[in-house]
Design a protein around this ligand. Structure first.
Ligand code: GTP
Ligand code: MG
Length: 286
């Protein structure tokens, strides 16, 4: 049995979580077009007959702005301590630049193999991909470089085989049918947050957090936390239209996760400055 842990590093929004989902063969991490979607460490587990590849999905590298982003960056730093390799994700759709070089400095100094995934190659011309691969190759002494599309699945099988090849002989760290380490409550909270992120923009997505208050047989109650009254108005929407829409979008996925129908009750609450409040962050598991 080959088993071990691969940390997934990269700038915000390059597609780390989408890639983890593709590699794990199912949704473990939420995804959005807003940067800083991932706030906590999430294991995405790719099980096979003779291997268990644990992908450590992480927040993107960033300059900390408040207690939340400080904790997020600490999560990234500490995740590098005991891994068998790093999957360094780049976006082929953006200039490979200073932000990527900053991360490269960290990951290439860890002393473990670094596999580069040049993501989002779908719909890009061959010449452009080749150029980006050349730029990516300059970042450091990589073990392998794979152009992939987490969205279409292009190159994912090859990348998974490459990563499994880095794993030492080891035990099963998780039951072979488990795909993530998140609790059911956290998975539900994340699904609700994903839908709220899809429907909001500017500063609002960053001010949203979700907490499951009650998980019953056929009933889930969750709070959508925001920081100000005006954010609350946005999330509630005209005559409750927005919060209703979030519920309509989240419920099928919550039901798929639980395996049965549920009544999903969502309430929007103001929790001033929750991003700066260590006690609240602790409670939210961040
Ligand atoms: N075209 C294209 N879009 C992609 C691909 N992979 C991810 N995306 C999009 O890129 C955006 C960011 O994806 P995420 O997976 O949330 O990115 P992330 O790196 O985890 O972002 P953070 O958690 O915020 O650091 C989403 O809109 C995805 O749909 C891809 O292969 N091709
Ligand atoms: Mg993410």
């Amino acid at each position: 049995m080959k088993s071990g842990f691969i940390a997934v590093a990269g700038r915000p929004n390059v597609g780390k979580s989408t890639l983890v989902n593709a590699l794990a063969g199912g949704k473990v991490a939420i995804v959005s077009d807003k940067p800083q979607t991932t706030r906590r460490r999430i294991f995405g587990i790719a099980n096979a007959e003779d291997s268990q590849l644990v992908l450590v999905d992480l927040p993107g590298f960033q300059r900390p702005l408040d207690a939340l982003t400080e904790r997020m960056q600490r999560t990234v730093d500490s995740a590098f301590e005991e891994v068998d390799g790093v999957l360094f994700v780049l976006s082929a759709r953006e200039r490979i630049g200073a932000g990527d070089r900053f991360i490269a400095k960290r990951v290439f100094a860890l002393g473990v193999p670094v596999v580069i995934a040049l993501n989002k190659v779908d719909r890009l011309k061959g010449g452009h991909i080749a150029q980006q691969m050349t730029a990516a190759a300059r970042l450091g002494n990589f073990h392998a470089l794979h152009p992939v599309s987490a969205k279409t699945g292009d190159g994912i099988g090859e990348l998974r085989d490459e990563l499994v090849g880095l794993l030492p002989d080891g035990p099963l760290y998780f039951p072979a049918d488990q795909r993530t380490d998140l609790t059911v409550e956290t998975q539900i909270a994340e699904l609700v947050r994903e839908k709220a992120l899809q429907l909001t923009r500017d500063e609002v997505p960053h001010a949203i957090s979700v907490e499951v208050e009650e998980l019953g047989e056929r009933f889930v109650r969750a709070h959508i936390l925001v920081e100000t009254d005006s954010q609350k108005q946005i999330l509630v929407g005209k005559a409750g239209a927005m919060v209703k829409d979030i519920g309509v979008r989240a419920r099928p996925e919550v039901e798929a996760l639980l395996g049965h129908p549920v009544f999903l009750e969502l309430m929007v609450k103001v929790r001033p400055h929750w991003r700066r409040n260590d006690a609240t962050l602790e409670r939210l598991g961040l």
